[in-house]
Design a protein around this ligand. Structure first.
Ligand code: TRP
Length: 328
């Protein structure tokens, strides 16, 4: 059975862009051996408030279940609960190059203009490589922005294998298909990617937004003054973004949506989009609250930790043996 691994950071709120990636997690759970991780160690590469982080970790775990991951089919766990991640990351740090890490665009974006940049932020992609390689992962479902990190993971794995023999499975990215490579953009400014760090609450829709807030954010989304519903990423970025979101939620193709709304105003499109989005998110929110209240999530995470450790331990031993450490 092919293995799938992916991780989400427990920082900020999960927005629609993240959600589309996570829906792809759910699709994999029946045919593949899936491990999904709350990557809390990645989150401390930037400053965090401890109590907020602790709460976000459990909430993200609950959200994983609420969106449809079945704890009896997949392994859900918290990264910092499996020490092998840190151990393998250290070893891989000794096989990664300053030059290649300096070229990571996410590092450049996150470090730009900062007075202090930690080495953790710099080696973030090496920890991500460790996450993936630790489980003999075949496929990694991620958003487009993580493609470069997966390339790096493959480079490190191949480098290691060339030096020591077939130690690692070389993984492949699995990128959710969005029409024409479109991304989910900010609602207030469709030239920017929808982002956790955007301070305007109406720039994004997060999975835990109230229904009233979702409505407000969609109804006030930036479009244009043409009042023609057309899919055109450069000329009509705002409307195209609404169509992309609609299509991701309803499953309708973009051309069929363009046809459906031909001759109608943006108001109708937006109103219907509110319906489609809230109809899907409301039951997710109900389930989310129910899971948190029941306390069952801790059992799920313990079981996940045990299974993850079981898989990771022999892989880490294999690596330790390869580099010349003593295992017994
Ligand atoms: N870097 C990823 C992100 O920000 C999160 C992540 C960490 C991840 N480790 C991973 C994703 C391993 C996939 C596989 O989205």
């Amino acid at each position: 059975m092919k293995r799938v691994f992916s991780g989400v950071q427990p920082t900020g709120q999960i927005h629609l862009g993240n959600y589309i990636t996570m829906k792809n997690f759910v699709k994999q759970q029946d045919e593949k051996d899936c491990l999904y991780c709350v990557v809390d160690m990645h989150s401390i590469t930037l400053p965090q408030d401890p109590e907020t982080l602790r709460k976000s970790i459990i909430e993200l775990a609950a959200l994983y279940v609420a969106i449809g991951l079945d704890p009896n089919k997949v392994t859900l766990f918290i990264q910092s609960q499996v020490a092998a991640h840190a151990e393998l990351a250290w070893i891989l740090n000794c096989f990664s190059y300053m030059g290649e890490l300096s070229r990571m665009t996410q590092f450049k974006d996150k470090s730009e203009g900062k007075q202090v940049v930690t080495t953790g932020l710099f080696t973030y992609p090496v920890l991500m490589a460790a996450d993936i390689l630790l489980y003999d992962t075949h496929y990694v479902p991620v958003g487009n922005d993580q493609k470069q990190h997966i390339e790096l993971t493959r480079d490190i794995a191949n480098r290691f294998n060339n030096r020591f023999g077939e130690i690692f499975v070389v993984p492949e990215p699995m990128i959710a298909k969005v029409e024409d490579g479109a991304r989910i953009m900010s609602l207030d400014d469709p030239t920017l990617k929808m982002s956790k760090s955007n301070p305007n609450p109406h720039s994004k829709i997060t999975l835990l937004d109230s229904m009233a807030q979702i409505k407000k954010s969609i109804m006030r989304a930036t479009t244009d003054s043409e009042a023609i519903i057309k899919y055109d990423l450069t000329e009509k970025a705002g409307v195209s973004n609404l169509l992309t979101i609609y299509s991701q939620f309803s499953g309708d193709s973009i051309p069929s949506l363009v046809e459906k709304y031909e001759g109608q105003g943006y108001g109708t499109l937006k109103k219907d989009l509110v319906e489609v989005v809230t109809a899907e998110l409301e039951p997710i929110q109900n389930k989310f609250h129910q899971i948190l209240q029941s306390g069952d999530i801790y059992d799920v995470l313990k079981q996940g930790r045990n299974r993850a450790t079981e898989i990771a331990t022999p892989v880490l031993d294999r690596v330790k043996q390869a580099v010349g450490f003593v295992t017994y």
